[in-house]
Design a binder for this molecule. Sequence first.
Ligand SMILES: O=C1O[C@H](COP(=O)(O)O)[C@@H](O)[C@H](O)[C@H]1O
Length: 233
Amino acid sequence: MKEAVFKSFDSATQLAEKLADKIATLLQEGVDNRGTASLVVSGGSTPIELFKLLRIKNIDWQNVYITLADERWVDADDSASNEALVREYLLKNKASSAKFTGLKNMFATAVEGAALASEKLEHFPEKFDVVILGMGNDGHTCSWFPCAQPSELDNALTNEKTCVAVTPTSAPHERITLTKPRILSSRQIFLHLVGESKLEVYRQAKESADVNEMPIRAVLSQSKTPVDVYWSC
Ligand SMILES: O=C1O[C@H](COP(=O)(O)O)[C@@H](O)[C@H](O)[C@H]1O
């Protein structure tokens, strides 16, 4: 199995600068080589500084498609919405011309809305150019929660569809998430981690392959797609 590459930085700012440079290069290469590029981003607090740096990069943003790794089933103006976060911090400045597709739709529940969410991402290429993942202290990534019903977690990790619903029992809101097969269908995954507690969780994740205990292992224990871990204290 090909190991994830681990890169350590002196500060979150230095990490964000290097990661923004790398992502900008990969996206522009995608546009140059294939006409369009695609980017999948995560929510949470970690990517805000990265988004602010990425949005001012010289990329042909009008040819870049962006979507989310996961979303809470809340309206797009809700403070818990990952779409709201992306609109506030990424889709500004030069990146305002990027083509964004959110995951939340008009259905009342994520279970009902999952098929339409998948359909709305059909125009994305088979392989994403860049996927940026975060990780919770429980070892979740995307909305692959260890506290979800085993059948729901299994569905998120095995279903060949693009999007499925997950209801975490120890985190608020029903979720919609990209599945593991769809996430791994990408050219490059970055796992963006800041803080000592995330490093400790990452170390635990490397110790075993039990994905039900720590779903981030589904990304770390595979050799299909390259994974670079960017960490800073
Ligand atoms: O619930 C979520 O949390 C993770 C990690 O968030 P952070 O605040 O620790 O950065 C995030 O990757 C995921 O997209 C989000 O839905």
